[in-house]
Design a protein around this ligand. Structure first.
Ligand SMILES: C[S@@+](CC[C@H](N)C(=O)[O-])C[C@H]1O[C@@H](n2cnc3c(N)ncnc32)[C@H](O)[C@@H]1O
Length: 211
């Protein structure tokens, strides 16, 4: 199956040394399955709390030894081998992702990486992250079919930068600039203080010229 632009981009955010992939909230499983062609990847964990999702995956993939299908919420997972894991949590709300990051934190090591792409409540999750020891390896946004998908690539290694409330690299590049314009329009009708602060910040950024 051909990957969407979104899942293809996400699948680039993994560490070559990592042998374990965790596709948390995997649904169709396509993101996790895209690692089947990587020889360094020894185990692909497809995780979802939905029984129909898990049963579908088992019908199709149970015979492939490197694939481990787990019926669980991300919050309840056990990660047995720290420092060998690339985790992906995409397509869920920010509050759900926050819960998963909080619960999994004690099981993760400095060499693990967590890629997240929240569909909603992005500001809330940044607010939470900036006061934790999760650090930012990279952040960005991609546009597909008129939708914007912000993402953060995280590590617990203190060599990386602290996570800012509003984001920095997020607003660079063509997609970042378009996302910023979109959000300025979108947040203008939000009256709460947090959104107003975010809006003022976005307006204050200098737009680079696009020639
Ligand atoms: C919209 S799908 C996203 C699928 C895929 N990750 C993607 O980005 O295309 C969301 C999936 O998250 C699962 N989900 C919801 N809450 C979850 C949780 N707490 N932990 C793990 N998965 C969860 C749902 O069952 C659903 O299959």
């Amino acid at each position: 199956v051909a990957l969407s632009k979104r899942l293809k981009r996400f699948s680039e955010y993994y560490h070559n040394d990592h042998s374990n992939i965790w596709d948390i909230g995997c649904d169709h499983g396509l993101l996790g399955l895209s690692f089947l062609n990587k020889p360094s990847v020894k185990q692909i964990n497809l995780v979802d709390p939905s029984l129909p999702v898990v049963n579908n995956l088992k019908d199709s993939y149970i015979t492939i030894p490197r694939i481990n299908i787990i019926h669980s919420k991300g919050q309840d997972l056990t990660i047995p081998t720290p420092n060998q894991n690339s985790l992906f949590i995409a397509g869920m709300g920010g509050l759900e992702i926050k819960g998963i990051l909080q619960k999994l934190r004690p099981q993760l090591g400095k060499e693990d990486r967590v890629f997240i792409s929240p569909h909603r409540h992005v500001l809330e999750i940044r607010e939470f992250l900036k006061d934790t020891d999760y650090r930012l390896v990279e952040e960005g946004v991609l546009e597909e079919d008129g939708h914007y998908y912000p993402y953060l690539y995280l590590s617990l290694n203190s060599q990386f930068q602290e996570i800012s409330l509003y984001g920095k690299e997020m607003w660079s590049g063509v997609e970042g600039q378009k996302y910023r314009s979109y959000l300025i329009g979108h947040l203008s009708c939000h009256k709460n203080l947090a959104s107003q602060g975010y809006l003022n910040h976005l307006k204050s950024l200098i737009s680079p010229r696009i020639d």
